[in-house]
Design a protein around this ligand. Sequence first.
Ligand SMILES: [Zn+2]
Length: 196
Amino acid sequence: MILPIVAYGDPVLKKKASDISQDYPNLDVLLENMFETMYNAYGVGLAAPQIGLPIRLFLVDTSPFADDEVLSAEEALILKNFKRVFINAKITEEEGEEWAFNEGCLSIPDVREDVLRPPKITIEYQDENFTSYTETFEGLIARVIQHEYDHIEGILFTDKLSGFKKRLLKSKLTNISKGKISVDYKMRFPNKKKKR
Ligand SMILES: [Zn+2]
């Protein structure tokens, strides 16, 4: 089932999300719905707060990046096969010199901006079977994980922009929160006026 994606301005996107336990109800159905919702919107990641749930859960599937012609065959293959569920994640280390990448977000349609982040991360997390991992990721995979991880910390990529960029985007973001935007997937807008 495709779920509505929560738009910019909803308080759930500003909340630090909580850990979940193995007995979280209907987790398999939730994961299936979240993957379907992400693919329907052509996303490479989706975090639970984006469908209205303040829990520490996000999905990543970097396969759409594999078609980028600047990548080596080896890099393309890694991106093509990277599909993962992250539960109760905690980034324990970020390393290297920050690099810029043009990010977008399913909760903030039609806004793309360069965001600086370190290239390498170490993250502790559990998968959908609650098996624990500690792994290090780099490059685009790290980038997508950092973006989704920020969602469970209540941070949006627009929060990381300069004050000048934020001011330039302000009216556009207000319009998104009101649903004054054309978007081809299902969304829920916090400040949309009810029709009567
Ligand atoms: Zn996002």
